[in-house]
Design a binder for this molecule. Structure first.
Ligand code: HEC
Length: 152
């Protein structure tokens, strides 16, 4: 009985390797990206690119293990959901209200430590935000929301 379960599991593992989710291989920097509607300083951009862009832009730098399922499927799912919520590559296509709301959420998620996802920083140590980086992002959000509000 145990043997059958084990063989069954192995078969499933082999079979799911044939599921190849579509890669997020587009351009991260586009004519619609966030830099075309908000001002982003170099340090803030570096933080966003290191800590957020893999799941919130049109381009992901994939680790080798993304080719191994079920991990690959799990990553693909995060990227799809992450982009749906917030896509920096298309940020400038959002209307004014959505831009403001997304900026607000960025500060919230970062402040509460929900983003970048803890599962991500476990593997990507460089994506872990220092207190200084968090403060910098939150201040950036404040300034840009204010600037957006003053524009028509
Ligand atoms: C490993 C992938 C991953 C990384 C890296 C990541 N996110 Fe996310 N993010 C997601 C997913 C998946 C969701 C949607 C599900 C959820 O809200 O948990 C999301 C949702 C969000 C939301 C919307 C929350 C809401 O409730 O509407 C914001 C804002 C956000 N992320 C900001 C960031 C910022 C800022 C960074 C970098 C500092 C970042 N994320 C890094 C995967 C990621």
């Amino acid at each position: 009985m145990k043997r059958k379960i084990l063989i069954g599991l192995l078969v499933v593992l082999v079979v799911i390797q044939f599921i190849r989710p579509e890669k997020n291989n587009g351009q991260a920097d586009t004519p619609q990206d966030l830099t075309h509607s908000v001002q982003v300083s170099q340090p803030v951009m570096t933080t966003l690119k290191t800590a957020c862009y893999n799941c919130h832009s049109n381009h992901t730098d994939y680790p080798w293990y993304s080719n191994v399922n079920p991990v690959g499927l799990w990553l693909a799912n995060h990227i799809e959901e992450g982009k749906e919520e917030l896509n920096f590559s298309e940020f400038s296509t959002y209307d004014k209200k959505r831009k403001d709301h997304k900026l607000e959420e960025i500060a919230e998620e970062v402040e509460e430590g929900h983003m970048p996802m803890p599962a991500y920083t476990l593997v990507h140590q460089d994506a872990k935000l220092s207190e200084a980086q968090k403060t910098e992002l939150i201040e950036w959000v404040k300034a840009e929301r204010k600037r957006l509000a003053q524009m028509n």
